[in-house]
Design a protein around this ligand. Structure first.
Ligand code: FES
Length: 170
């Protein structure tokens, strides 16, 4: 019996997830002149579409841009902007940049971690809330600041934090 050579074997069928990834990458790449300098914009677009950058996405991005998987993985893990797990129903981004820190941001972060019961950079076990750092929202004069489900919240103190906690508990 003749043995099938590697090159004659049909390629394994892509999962529905892989097809969705490839289609999204293809749509993005159709709008750019070439692959140079598009890694970050592409990752942002993919996070916008899928909610996070799953590890399974990395090989598809690497292939599309002719990069190594390690290169893509390195960028995804280096930038705080990229989420590697699905976000919770609510996302609170607390500013960790200098002005907000000088205005009490560190204490607010400690209080938020305790009040929400979720560590910075993680999502609560019930999927209710994700707490993430952000590095300056451009609202430095009114810190400490946060972005709560995309809405800026300024001058966060204990009372405002309590209201935010109630809001995300809903
Ligand atoms: S330092 Fe926090 S908004 Fe600029």
């Amino acid at each position: 019996m003749r043995r099938t050579r590697e090159s004659e074997r049909p390629a394994p069928a892509l999962t529905a997830e892989a097809v969705a990834y490839r289609e999204a990458i293809g749509r993005f790449m159709a709008g750019v002149a070439d692959g140079r300098g598009v890694l970050l914009p592409l990752l942002h677009a993919l996070q916008e579409e899928f909610g996070h950058i799953d590890d399974a996405l990395v090989p598809h991005v690497a292939e599309a841009l002719n990069l190594s998987r390690a290169d893509v993985h390195g960028v995804v893990t280096f930038y705080h902007d990229f989420r590697r797990q699905p976000a919770g129903r609510h996302v609170i981004k607390l500013c960790r940049a200098e002005s907000c820190q000088a205005r009490g941001g560190r204490a607010i972060e400690r209080a938020a971690v305790e009040r929400l019961g979720v560590a910075m950079g993680t999502t609560s076990a019930d999927g209710r809330v994700t707490l993430e750092p952000v590095y300056c929202l451009g609202l430095c004069a009114t810190g400490p600041n946060a972005l709560v489900d995309g809405v800026p919240v300024s001058r966060i103190d204990g009372a405002r934090l309590e209201r935010l906690a109630a809001q995300v508990a809903a």
